[in-house]
Write a protein that binds this ligand. Structure first.
Ligand SMILES: [Zn+2]
Length: 306
């Protein structure tokens, strides 16, 4: 049972939007490509886990705090006798290890993923102890990309290489998953402690420099035309219902500028006047909670749980 879904994380979504609305600088496009790749790797892992259809509890992409330190875990599985912690890597190409230090083939060092994993395990263990649980943790670093190779790889059973994936999932399939109330309580407690990501990794940008207008949901083109209640993209011919497209644009606006108020006039400007203020006001009042007085009404999102 999935207790917490994996969503594209905020950082990735902001990078995607900036890329479409505001050409990213070189280093930022590299970062976007890395985030996309990491996310894809996580989906590959999820797909393998889902195929096992066990009754364990799955918590994906969870951001926690322990010992005044924030840490993120790609996947947690609560099973009957243990809690599994997974760090998923979609690295591709050749890497090597020398004196415990990991390197890209060109000699550039990278942060030792095993130390990162151990650190996360310690932080999680501490947090679990504070919650009164002494369930043992087993941690794994899982490489999902078949084109990954590590020279001088240590004989460490916590690292799962692409050629070991099938056997690893077979083994996972054997673990007992008779879940009881305390397991569920613990899983929900962890989800309730999930913190939304900080924006510290996100590049700086201003409202003025970000391109306004409604984008096609398929190809991100701004060349849309209106035909009655739908938008038609002149680039890919994709169509989208007007209301859906406006709500999606409000979401994008809110994600990029959480500090700016959602008002009729602001959204009208954000959509570059492609639809009337009257329609925007109607959509906002129907889908958001109106706040403030009549003259300065702004809208708040209805709270989503996770
Ligand atoms: Zn399109």
């Amino acid at each position: 049972m999935k207790i917490k879904q994996r969503l594209e994380n905020k950082e990735l979504m902001v990078y995607r939007l900036l890329n479409s609305r505001n050409k990213l600088l070189n280093e930022d496009s590299t970062k976007l490509a890395r985030l996309e790749k990491g996310f894809k790797g996580e989906l590959i892992f999820d797909e393998r886990i889902d195929r096992l259809s066990k009754s364990w509890l799955i918590l994906n992409d969870i951001q926690l705090e322990s010992n005044e330190t924030d840490f993120q875990i790609d996947s947690i599985i609560v099973a009957q006798k243990l809690l599994l912690l997974f760090e998923i890597k979609n690295h591709e190409g050749d890497y090597y290890i020398e004196d415990d230090q990991w390197y890209y083939m060109n000699g550039t060092p990278l942060q030792n993923p095993m130390s990162q994993l151990e650190r996360k395990e310690l932080l999680l263990q501490r947090l679990l102890r504070e919650l009164g649980s002494n369930i043992p943790i087993e941690s794994y670093l899982v490489y999902v990309n078949p084109n990954f190779h590590l020279y001088n790889a240590p004989r460490n059973p916590s690292i799962i290489f692409p050629t070991q994936l099938n056997r690893f999932f077979d083994e996972l399939n054997k673990i007992p998953t008779n879940i009881s109330e305390p397991h569920k309580k613990l899983a929900y407690k962890l989800v309730s402690m999930h913190k939304s990501e900080s924006r510290s990794n996100i590049p700086k940008y201003s409202y003025e420099e970000v391109r306004k207008g409604i984008m096609c949901s398929i190809c991100c083109s701004f060349r849309l035309e209106i035909k009655k209640s739908i938008f038609i993209c002149k680039n890919c011919e994709g169509t989208e219902n007007k209301t859906t497209a406006i709500l999606r644009s409000v979401d994008e606006y809110h994600l990029l500028f959480p500090e700016r108020k959602i008002t009729t006039i602001n959204i009208y400007e954000w959509c570059k006047g492609i639809v009337s203020k009257k329609l925007i006001q109607r959509i906002l009042s129907k889908n958001f909670i109106a706040k403030g007085n009549a003259k300065s009404t702004y809208y708040d999102k209805k709270e989503k749980l996770y």
